[in-house]
Design a protein around this ligand. Structure first.
Ligand code: UDP
Length: 465
């Protein structure tokens, strides 16, 4: 047993160093887990890149202070201040080159100042190098996966996919149209949506693919491998890959703390707007932290919301429309009035638990998927890339709590299609009924006696032992 290996090393008062991959969908779930660990008496240092640390602090400028239970610390990612972190190949190379030595310096500093020092590194699988640092320093290492177990099982299958002739040594799919199913009880996946195959040009793909293989190795060698999912949501995947332990949905098991980890300031005024809307009436529209729209599609979405004739709360990040007001169809806000509400960034987990919300028009990022599922909210699925399509398949084909949009010959989701699917989803109570069953399953798993709760308990007891 891997966990027995370091038995000789007594842990003392546990101090966990948590390190997410530097992206919104990775920071939030690890922050939630960190707050939960802090509530259970652990000392937690949460390490963002300096770039994201500043954004988190700015977003919560008034609330964060030195006495917060989760200590926010930072190390450089090696990129220049003004450089775009969207250049994934460059960012990855910079992370690998700079962050391991910076992390070691940080740990040495903490260890000098504190009795016992850091006892465990809890790292995002996508920061596998941090687990290598843990092994090198003789510290315990736990790997956390912030997406579906299915996606992790897929990345663990890279060698098999190569052996079976389905991808080449660079990860490029051999037959781009051949659907791949890891087991008869898991969703089929389209090779063009493999995460490494849709992240830029060939050289970027190569960098990411090698990085993933390195991360996989580190995650497999870690003392723990925990995943922000639950057995009941992905039974096929968890039985196929028993080494992955469910600990989610972390958003359902932890009360939201002051620091949510958002990189944009949350506009909580939309909660009062929601209070004034009838129960089960509002379409909540949000596309996560990365999705960018072209103007044609953006306007079609606006017109679809107008046509649906229902209240809607729409997250339009400041970088979605380049901050331009003329991105909206002419006269849109005059016609819609207070029936619609736009925010730059919402307190999404609170919004999804609000009784006024009827459905979630979502890009199907895993966090959004599991947050909607654990709040009993039916979905309208608008995936953009990578695992968002696998998540859509879970939502529509497996859990049957949502509908997919069809695109027209231009590849556009039209206003009429939006209106039709809104009516279809909200006109059939079975969607809401199944969504509530899903919520109950998710809650059972994080409550006393549930499987995710058990993982959390075993994990914390191990850290204390
Ligand atoms: N989120 C939020 N406010 C918003 C939009 C998103 O707090 O207005 C949060 C959401 O709750 C989720 C995360 O941002 O935890 C987005 O992660 P997801 O995996 O859904 O998408 P990604 O941004 O990684 O594409």
């Amino acid at each position: 047993d891997k966990r027995e290996k370091k038995k000789g090393k007594k842990m003392g008062n546990p101090h966990i160093l948590v390190i997410p991959y530097p992206a919104q969908g990775h920071i939030i779930p690890l922050m939630e887990l960190s707050q939960n660990l802090a509530k259970h008496g652990f000392k937690v240092s949460f390490v963002n890149t300096e770039f994201n640390h500043k954004r988190v602090m700015d977003a919560f400028a008034k609330k964060v202070d030195a006495d917060e239970v989760v200590q926010l610390v930072s190390i450089p990612d090696g990129m220049e201040d003004g450089e775009s972190r969207n250049q994934l190949g460059k960012l990855t190379e910079s992370i690998c080159q700079v962050m391991p030595k910076e992390l070691k310096k940080l740990i040495e500093k903490i260890n000098r100042l504190e009795d016992g020092g850091i006892t465990c590194i809890l790292a995002d699988v996508n920061m596998g190098w941090a687990l290598e640092v843990a092994a090198e320093l003789g510290i315990h290492g736990a790997a956390f996966w912030p997406a579906s177990a299915l996606l992790l099982a897929l990345t663990f299958s890279l060698q098999k996919l190569m052996d079976d002739g389905l991808i080449d040594v660079n990860g490029t799919p051999i037959d781009k149209d051949k659907l791949i199913q890891l087991s008869p009880t898991t969703p089929s996946m389209h090779p063009k949506n493999f995460v490494w195959a849709c992240l830029g040009d060939l050289s970027t793909q190569q960098v990411i693919f090698d990085y993933m293989r390195r991360n996989n190795k580190a995650a497999k060698e870690a003392d723990w491998l925990i995943c922000n999912s639950t057995r009941d949501l992905e039974p096929g995947t968890f039985s196929m890959a028993p080494e992955i332990l469910p600990i989610g949905p972390v958003s359902a098991s932890s009360q939201l703390g002051d620091i949510s980890g958002s990189l944009w300031p949350e506009d909580a005024t939309c909660l009062q707007w929601l209070d004034q809307r009838p129960p089960g009436s509002v379409i909540y529209v949000a596309f996560g932290s990365l999705t960018i729209f072209d103007q044609i599609q953006f306007q079609e979405l606006a017109l679809g919301l107008e046509l649906s004739n229902r209240p809607f709360l729409w997250v339009v990040r400041p970088d979605t429309n380049e901050g331009k007001d003329d991105f909206y169809p002419q006269g849109f806000w005059n016609r819609v009035g207070t029936r619609g509400r736009m925010v730059g960034w919402a307190p999404q987990r609170v919004v999804l638990s609000h009784p006024s919300v009827a459905c979630f028009l979502s890009h199907c990022g895993w966090n959004s998927t599991i947050e909607g599922a654990s709040n009993g909210v039916p979905f309208l699925c608008w995936p953009y890339f990578a695992d968002q399509f696998h998540n859509e398949s879970y939502i529509c084909d497996f859990w049957k709590v949502g509908l997919k949009f069809e695109r027209d010959e231009r590849g556009i989701i039209t206003r009429e299609e939006i209106k039709t699917k809104v009516e279809q989803l909200l006109g059939d109570n079975n969607f809401k009924g199944r969504a509530l069953e899903l919520k109950e399953m998710a809650m059972i798993s994080v409550n006393e006696g549930g499987s995710s709760n058990q993982t959390f308990k075993n994990f914390t007891e191990w850290m204390k032992s």
